[in-house]
Design a protein around this ligand. Structure first.
Ligand SMILES: [Zn+2]
Length: 67
């Protein structure tokens, strides 16, 4: 499925972002990686199985782990 050498990391790998970019749509703010992961401009991701990964910005607008 992946024609690259070395092969791109699978969508469930921690380094999934390292996969090659197949399609880039900067005007729409997203890119499709070789492993089927869609990466959005805000660093959010959509996995091939439908799971959504929240954006991982260094600056958090809303604290998710505030005690
Ligand atoms: Zn690939």
């Amino acid at each position: 499925m992946c024609p690259h050498q070395p092969p791109c990391p699978p969508p469930d790998a921690p380094d999934r972002d390292a996969a090659r970019t197949l399609v880039r749509h900067p005007e729409q703010g997203w890119s499709l990686l070789c492993n089927g992961v869609v990466v959005f401009e805000d660093t959010g991701e959509l996995l091939p199985d439908g799971e959504a990964i929240a954006p991982q910005r260094p600056i958090a607008r809303s604290a998710t782990s505030a005690a």
